[in-house]
Design a protein around this ligand. Structure first.
Ligand SMILES: Nc1nc2c(ncn2[C@@H]2O[C@H](COP(=O)(O)OP(=O)(O)OP(=O)(O)O)[C@@H](O)[C@H]2O)c(=O)[nH]1
Ligand SMILES: [Mg+2]
Length: 302
């Protein structure tokens, strides 16, 4: 059957992906969409904004919002980030709650369940990272526990990393969506600009290559994104903002080695995305305690 089959209705809707930090939300979105639209790292709180990804399947279109992890935020910046996730939850037709099934965390589960209860939204639960679970029996108890939650439409164990059962999850989501039109043209996978994704990819490399507080104190802005007339060259100037001189030292590294590595790894991925050869110039700036400054938070895109 195809989307044109007159006996089959077209289904569509907006699905917000919510869960604790590091549960694998962005990995799952990229897997479903089939392209990297959202950045990923092994550190929690990688995603800071709402990232849109469109999933096209025969007879259906699912518009996903990837969101920052929901956790008990202690300061202004993190409260804003978590607020972004919660407002995306409020706008959804359907919620996809992602749980790290390999590291069950009752407190995180409770917080998530509490934030989504009361919204009266249907929820599909993905128990992620099953590739890490040897004892599959333990999953059964989790499936039962989540099935009892209010609004639960389905519980699907998946691995966003290796793709196990991800299509079953997509089918469960489509089954829970109403009849509706496609909202995006068939070739659209995201509404994010290449300029925005480039800034995110640079931030991803900082998350992956530096430690301690450095990733959390970093923000990236793109000052210039110029495509040559023939489309074969892209020239980018971007700034990494940090909170202290010591962090600037770490990001630059000995003899500039770290900055060079961040730049070349980001450049390679931006080249993949644009299909052009990329010239990337990175600057590093210190803006003292920017995460406490409402204006700076906004200027950096949060
Ligand atoms: N083994 C395994 N690892 C996974 C799976 N899904 C995600 N991961 C890893 O989990 C880590 C976090 O993944 P992300 O996709 O960034 O998680 P997230 O929920 O978007 O995290 P935040 O944006 O920080 O809230 C990364 O190291 C991923 O490679 C999975 O199915 N199996
Ligand atoms: Mg994420």
């Amino acid at each position: 059957m195809t989307a044109q089959d007159p006996n089959r209705v077209f289904k569509s809707g907006f699905v917000t992906i919510a869960g604790a930090p590091n549960a694998g939300k962005s990995t799952l979105l990229n897997r479903i969409v089939g392209q990297k639209v959202s950045i990923i790292s092994s550190k929690p709180q990688t995603t800071r904004t709402r990232i849109l990804g469109v999933c096209h399947r025969p007879g259906a279109q699912v518009v996903f919002y990837d969101t920052p992890g929901i956790f008990a935020a202690g300061d202004r910046f993190n409260a804003k980030i978590v607020g972004t996730a919660l407002s995306a939850v409020a706008e959804a037709d359907l919620l996809l709650a992602v749980v790290d099934a390999a590291r069950p965390d009752p407190a995180a589960e409770e917080l998530l369940a509490e934030k989504i209860a009361g919204r009266r939204l249907p929820v599909v639960i993905a128990l992620n990272k099953v590739d890490l679970i040897a004892e599959k029996g333990a999953l059964l108890a989790m499936i039962e526990r989540w099935s009892d939650r209010r609004g639960c439409q389905a519980v699907v164990p998946v691995s966003a990393l290796d793709g196990t059962q991800v299509e079953e999850l997509v089918a469960a989501l489509i089954a829970a969506l109403p009849e509706g039109p496609p909202y995006f043209p068939e070739e659209a996978l995201t509404d994010a600009t290449e300029r925005f994704i480039a800034a995110e990819l640079i931030r991803e490399k900082i998350f992956r290559l530096t430690g301690e507080e450095v990733p959390y104190a970093s923000a990236v802005t793109v000052e210039a994104f110029k495509v040559s007339a023939d489309g074969r060259k892209v020239s980018i100037a971007a700034t990494i903002h940090l909170e202290r001189d010591s962090q600037k030292g770490i990001v630059i590294g000995k003899g500039g080695a770290m900055l060079k590595r961040i730049g070349s790894e980001a450049r390679r991925e931006i080249e993949q995305m644009t299909g052009a050869s990329v010239f990337l110039k990175l600057f590093v700036r210190v803006q003292k305690n920017w995460r406490k400054d409402a204006k700076a938070i906004e200027r950096f895109g949060y």
